[in-house]
Ligand binder design. Structure first.
Ligand SMILES: [Fe+2]
Length: 559
């Protein structure tokens, strides 16, 4: 089914804003000078980059967040007869010294499953006569049927930025066309850290692009490696954390890095895999030039060969929180499904991408097994891949690439390799790679063992810290150090690196009955700049068509 081009839910004013060049559709149709971001204007408190996240209880609370080009005076939202003041959070970027102002209005006391209109404004809003307005819907109460969507690796539609591509505007429109209750944005939001002198501008183009959907339904993010920025906070996440207000994890010092929320019979767990992966893939200065922050920051030059590597930053706090959260969920008869999102992958066989990471396998897969996590959603590799249900590991299944020595990659063990299209996830966890949002770097090129033609995955089993290259002053980080036969890999999509997954939760008919989640992946064929399988050159495409559908089943917990 082609995704509808119906832009229902998008206000006329937003379309006009798009025509002015700050949002994506124009840029998606063809990159133009108009797509370039505007510089902030002093005294301009006009709301932009408006987006929603769930509050602590999605049946009764949301958070409305936005930014403005300069400090806003009396920032607020209006919803019905209520005026709710927004809290300001601001930071100054550690590289280009620009200050970013963001605003967050917590809205509680809402009715379940109800639609609300809201208005965002400030005293110095340039659109005072016709301020930004949108609608949202709260989560239904009880054990409802509902739909959500997911992808990661979105970027912006402004081709001036590294990794940005027009598909990112069509991807946002595709989400909107499916009208989900909410969207899971599984990391690498906009790649600001690959544009270190312009990080706030990249975030701005990202926020104005995804406002087309995120102002109308929550977009719930997790951090990826490209949210980790030099100088911006202890894990480099200040740009991300200042823009998002996320459910409380009650862990001191680590608010917003990981969290959970519940919709009906599904617990969603959002994790920061930067804390556990071996791969070093965040902010990096390759050289020869150093990265020189502007003088006003007072920050020193960052020398070639420097990377921002945060593995282990929580000291185990995230994993302890995860275990407590999963244990409580599996003890709760109201929760059937546990769905986790994180950016990096336990099971990816992209040949040209990053691959799989032993850090996740060692730290979190045992917990996913113990507490029967049903589904794990990842990005990081810009493609689509689905695993069979997996439980436990195969020992010593890997080979060190450099030496040919056997290495224990803790390979996920598929409980079946019969691709029936219906999988009981009480028996094993399904992993989905959905790094297919909108970057200009498709990675839909999958590993094959040249010896026997079987699927092969690359696996990081140790840190790939920067090393000097043969070019003076230039450093590089190596790719994955091991390979394994990807016995867990069920389906890959070599036709395109772009798509969106749509999840329909069916709660079952009564206590102890079967509940299911129908998953349909829609892909944008022809959107690859260059398709690795055929060599065909493509361009951004608004046409999302069905690639595959499958169903997850399990017995309800209230039987
Ligand atoms: Fe990534």
């Amino acid at each position: 089914m082609p995704a509808s081009r119906d832009r229902s839910g998008v206000s006329r004013r937003q379309v006009l804003v798009g025509a002015a060049g700050t949002t994506g559709l124009l840029a998606a149709a063809g990159p133009s000078a108009q797509a370039a971001t505007r510089r902030p204007r002093d005294g301009d408190g006009t709301p932009e980059q408006v987006h929603l996240t769930w509050g602590e209880d999605p049946t009764s609370s949301v958070v409305v967040s936005w930014a403005s080009p300069h400090h806003a005076t009396r920032p607020r939202i209006r919803i019905g007869r209520r005026i709710i003041a927004a809290q300001e959070r601001q930071y100054t970027d550690a590289i280009n010294g620009e200050t970013v102002w963001t605003y967050h209005a917590r809205v509680g006391g809402l009715r379940p499953g109800a639609t609300y209109v809201y208005v965002v404004t400030a005293d110095n809003d340039g659109n005072t006569a016709d301020p930004f307005s949108a609608t949202f819907r709260t989560a239904p109460a009880g054990r409802p049927a509902f739909r959500f969507t997911s992808f990661g690796d979105l970027s912006t539609p402004n081709p001036d930025w590294v990794l940005s591509y027009g598909q990112s505007a069509y991807a946002v429109s595709a989400v909107e066309s499916f009208q989900p209750l909410f969207h899971l944005l599984n990391g690498d939001l906009c790649y600001a850290n690959l544009n270190p002198q312009s990080q706030p501008e990249v975030w701005r183009d990202f926020g104005n692009n995804n406002q087309t959907s995120a102002a109308y339904r929550p977009w719930m993010p997790c951090p990826g490696n490209h949210e980790v920025e030099f100088g911006n906070g202890p894990q480099g996440l200040t740009s991300y954390l200042t823009r998002y207000t996320l459910p409380d994890n009650s862990v001191p010092d680590f608010a917003g890095r990981w969290y959970s929320f519940r919709i009906g019979s599904v617990l969603f767990v959002s994790l920061d895999a930067d804390d556990v992966v071996y791969q070093d893939a965040a902010a990096f200065v390759a050289g020869p030039p150093s990265l020189q922050p502007v003088a006003s920051t007072g920050n020193a030059a960052i020398e070639p060969g420097t990377s921002f590597y945060v593995r282990g930053y929580s000291g185990g706090a995230q994993t302890r929180w995860l275990e407590q959260t999963l244990a409580a969920a599996r003890a709760n008869p109201g929760i059937d499904w546990i769905i986790a999102q994180m950016h990096q992958c336990a099971a990816s066989s992209s040949a040209t991408g990053n691959g799989s990471d032993l850090g996740i396998r060692a730290e979190w897969l045992p917990l996913f097994d113990r507490y029967q996590v049903d589904l794990v959603l990842n990005g990081h590799d810009h493609d689509y891949e689905r695993s069979f249900p997996c439980r436990g590991t195969d020992t010593n299944a890997g080979t060190e690439t450099a030496t040919g020595a056997t290495v224990n990659t803790l390979r996920p063990h598929p409980v079946t390799t019969d691709d029936t299209g219906v999988f009981d996830t009480s028996q094993g966890t399904v992993h989905l790679i959905l790094g297919c949002g909108g970057t200009n770097t498709n990675l839909d090129d999958y590993g094959v063992d040249s010896q026997d033609g079987t699927r092969q995955a690359r696996v990081f089993t140790r840190a790939n810290r920067p090393a000097a290259t043969s070019v003076a002053g230039v450093y590089a980080r190596a790719g994955a150090d091991a390979v394994e036969d990807a016995t867990w890999s069920a389906r890959r999509d070599p036709s395109t690196g772009y798509g969106v997954a749509v999840f329909d939760v069916h709660p079952g008919t009564g206590p102890g009955s079967q509940t299911s989640i129908t998953v349909t992946h829609y892909h944008a064929v022809g959107a690859d700049p260059v398709n690795p399988a055929t060599g065909a050159k493509g361009a951004p495409s608004p046409d999302y068509t069905q690639f595959e559908t499958f169903t997850l089943v399990r017995t309800r917990s209230d039987g």
